[in-house]
Design a protein around this ligand. Structure first.
Ligand code: ATR
Length: 286
């Protein structure tokens, strides 16, 4: 893999604006090295107004595909010639594959979160139970689809702006088996009652953002708490959850699992999520 790129070198990357803090290059490069693949994975900064032109250029330059992050996931959805079921349900695309002259849009976020929760909590942890999702943006949408795929009976969407929670619940109800309810943060105590899992899908708690202001007192002690934020790895929410002896799941799990189908699509090899990968990413974060 040292030396110049060759014609057969497989190209892929991640596009976003900004992109310098993305962990995806560290993640994919770990797997490239592990599998001895002649490939590169690059972070590519693309301004929103240049999105379509830049994506077309990457396809023409021979990229196998790209991961898509903030703020391009909806634009990636719109530009896709065909989309998988997950992308259709999410209304957003986090993976573009350039195949046979067409742009294939996929969304691996919901399955990535489900795989992470399964690995940490067991496959049946949420079956027939009640899940609570905090937030009503794109991440919350993926979280609702994810909890539904894990067999949740009921999912309560709790958001600072209750109208957005209501809009998300009505947009998703026809696509899921779980019964969806929308609530404001003011109804948190009621929403937490009987919950088996709480997922923070807001951006609160991220580095340089204020922490989530939410007391965990109302949460049953056997509930697990998951944060999709991974920088910092242990958010204030997870720290407080751990202090109350809740089982916790950090955001790195979702990041690693959502990348598996992407790597497979780019390089043709199915990689594994291992403790070594996690250690490498924790090092990259620190
Ligand atoms: P994404 O697509 O990544 O989910 P988004 O669409 O900007 O991002 O959504 C961010 C979510 O985090 C929203 O649900 C937002 O709540 P509002 O709809 O009320 O804006 C939520 N959020 C951000 N900061 C928050 C904070 N400090 N406390 C509570 N919720 C917060």
């Amino acid at each position: 893999m040292t030396g110049a790129m060759r014609e057969k070198t497989k190209l892929a990357g991640v596009i976003g604006w900004p992109i310098s803090h993305s962990l995806s290059p560290a993640l994919h490069n770990f797997w490239l090295k592990q599998h001895g693949i002649d490939g590169v994975y690059l972070p590519v900064a693309i301004k929103p107004e240049e999105f379509s032109r830049a994506v077309a250029a990457l396809g023409e330059a021979g990229f196998a595909g790209v991961n898509v992050t903030v703020p391009h996931k909806e634009a990636a959805f719109a530009i896709s010639d065909l989309r998988d079921e997950r992308a259709e349900a999410a209304g957003a695309v986090n993976l573009l594959l350039f195949r046979n002259g067409r742009i294939e849009g996929r969304n691996t976020d919901a399955d990535g979160l489900a795989a992470s929760l399964k690995q940490s909590l067991g496959a049946d942890f949420l079956r027939g139970a009640l899940g609570v999702v905090l937030g009503a943006g794109g991440a919350a949408r993926a979280a609702v689809l994810s909890l539904d795929s894990l067999g949740a009976r009921e999912i309560r969407i709790v958001n600072r702006t209750p109208q957005k929670a209501a809009a998300l619940a009505s947009a998703l109800q026809a696509k899921v088996r779980a019964k969806l309810f929308a609530q404001g943060l003011g109804d948190w105590n009621q929403a937490a009652n009987g919950a088996r899992l709480l997922v923070n899908a807001t951006s609160a708690g991220m580095k340089n953002s204020p922490p989530l202001e939410l007391s965990l007192d109302a949460l049953p002690l056997d509930a697990a708490v998951c944060d999709i934020v991974y920088n910092p790895l242990e958010t204030d929410l997870l720290k407080r959850a751990r202090a109350r002896a809740h089982r916790t799941v950090d955001g790195l799990g979702m990041l690693m699992h959502q990348a598996v189908p992407a790597f497979e699509g780019f390089y043709g090899v199915t990689p594994r999520v291992t403790a070594e990968l996690r250690a490498a990413l924790e090092k990259a974060l620190a």
